[in-house]
Design a protein around this ligand. Structure first.
Ligand code: EPZ
Length: 424
């Protein structure tokens, strides 16, 4: 098993270009099957979740190949409508393919996505909305069997602004007769990026970024080229790292507006932050104070995906910060690992109180999930001694190369590969 080794205590300095957004490219990869032709995704991040999506596309009969930083998909040869269990288990967000397969083929089959590290991840909103469009969905023995020979557009109100459900309905609605209007849609920027891609492909979608999204179904599609938006959570992660370690970082290819609640929290904790077209600069003396109370919320609120890395940045400093996790039931699994490094964190249900301590200590820790693993990277940068992070496959789902990026800023960090297996 590979590990990431960090020797803490260094200030960080430099510039980074932010990777393409995982949470934008995953629904866009599902959307490519709406068009029986070619799609070029520029700035597509090299992530294990992207590789998992490519395996699903190839299983469905599509072609996909890397051309440098671009991923080229040809869905003209799509021949299957099912996603096997082993591919669903690799990535629970594969459920996002359901709406697109139904729109393209009228039938779909996949295993029921299980829960994940963040707790039960129900898909009831996805299924209810797809049924409202006319899909027949049967759950049998852990498999979802779906038919939707003729979906009809209609008004759909989501009980919560679910990101995945909004995306699934948009993709299914592209295959429905007539217009679909989604009320209480999620407003995350990744949905606006999905809309931009769909429009490039000839689909008629409008309103993404607001709570009301409209889709005119069954439009002729065409080959498209799209540049994936920058990853605001990866950007938040690197800002938190430099805020904690002290120093200065300039991030390129980033949308400052997408980070406003994160930069506000870091500014409140004592950082100097400036932003402009496509760039953000953060300066920190590494002695952070309380960020007050941080409540996660649907966009444009504070992103739940940045909760763990901000928490890690505040572990060594002055004062106490109160986190309230309002999106997921079980998103404090990184706390135990951070406490092994000397952090002072107390959790009660959805509330975590982080009290800054004078020192953290390097330790052997394990990533519990994607963003919890990123939090361990941040904590390792400010711990005395060596931190050895295991189960880094969680981190590799969403970050292209954090070792490369943090080393470029001056961190003492390395990837430790397991010794080659002894030959019998
Ligand atoms: C997306 O997950 C992101 N993943 C998550 O990022 C992100 O944390 C989340 O949105 C919130 O912003 C991708 O885009 C691939 P939701 P998603 O549906 O779509 C409940 C990361 O670290 N819910 O908005 O699964 C659900 O249980 C990942 O990059 C239902 O109850 O999130 C959760 O409590 C983690 N029924 C809440 O809604 C449903 O049918 C928000 O979930 C759907 C969701």
């Amino acid at each position: 098993m590979s590990h990431i080794i960090i020797r803490g205590g260094r200030r960080l300095e430099g510039a980074l270009t932010v990777q393409g957004a995982k949470n934008s490219v995953l629904p866009i990869l599902a959307a490519t099957i709406l068009h029986p032709g070619q799609t070029v995704l520029q700035g597509c991040p090299h992530l294990s979740d992207v590789e998992a999506s490519i395996r699903i596309l190839r299983h469905l009969g599509c072609k996909a190949r890397w051309e440098g930083e671009a991923l080229v998909v040809d869905a003209g040869s799509m021949s299957r409508r099912d996603i096997p269990d082993h591919l669903m288990r690799e990535m629970r967000s594969s459920v996002i393919f359901l709406g697109a397969i139904l729109a393209r083929l009228g039938r779909a089959e996949m295993s029921y996505p299980g829960g994940c590290e963040l707790g039960p991840r129900p898909i009831d909103l996805h299924l209810t909305a797809l049924r409202q469009l006319g899909a027949e969905l049967r759950e049998e023995g852990g498999r979802l069997r779906c038919t939707a020979q003729r979906m009809a557009g209609r008004e759909i109100a989501l009980s919560i602004p679910s990101v995945g459900a909004t995306e699934n309905v948009i993709l299914a609605a592209c295959g429905a007769e007539g217009e679909t209007t989604i009320f209480n849609a999620a407003r995350e920027p990744e949905i606006a990026d999905l809309q931009a891609f769909l429009r490039a492909m000839g689909c008629q979608v409008r309103g993404a970024g607001s709570s009301t999204v409209c889709v005119a179904g069954r439009r002729p599609t065409r080959d498209a080229v799209h540049t994936v938006m920058p990853d605001r959570i990866a950007a938040a992660t690197y800002l938190a790292a430099v805020a904690a370690a002290g120093g200065q970082v300039e991030l390129h290819r980033v949308n400052y507006r997408h980070l406003s609640t994160v930069t506000a929290a870091l500014h409140g904790a004592g950082c100097q932050i400036t932003g402009g077209e496509g760039r953000v600069v953060l300066r920190s003396d590494g002695a952070l104070r309380s960020a007050g109370t941080v409540r996660t919320a649907p966009y444009p609120g504070f992103p739940t995906d940045a909760q763990a890395v901000l928490m890690a940045a505040l572990l060594r400093g002055q004062g106490a910060t109160v986190f309230v996790e309002n999106i997921f039931e079980n998103r404090y699994r990184h706390v135990d690992e951070l406490c092994r490094m000397g952090a002072d964190i107390s959790v009660a249900d959805r509330v975590a109180v982080v009290t800054g301590v004078p020192r953290l200590y390097g330790a052997d820790v394990r990533a519990t999930d994607l963003r919890g693993g990123a939090a361990l990277l941040v904590a390792g940068l400010i711990a005395d001694g060596t931190t050895r992070i295991g189960d880094i496959h969680h981190i590799q789902r969403g970050y292209e190369d954090p070792v490369r990026d943090l080393a470029a800023l001056g961190a003492d960090i390395a990837l430790e590969e397991p010794p080659p297996a002894a030959h019998q």
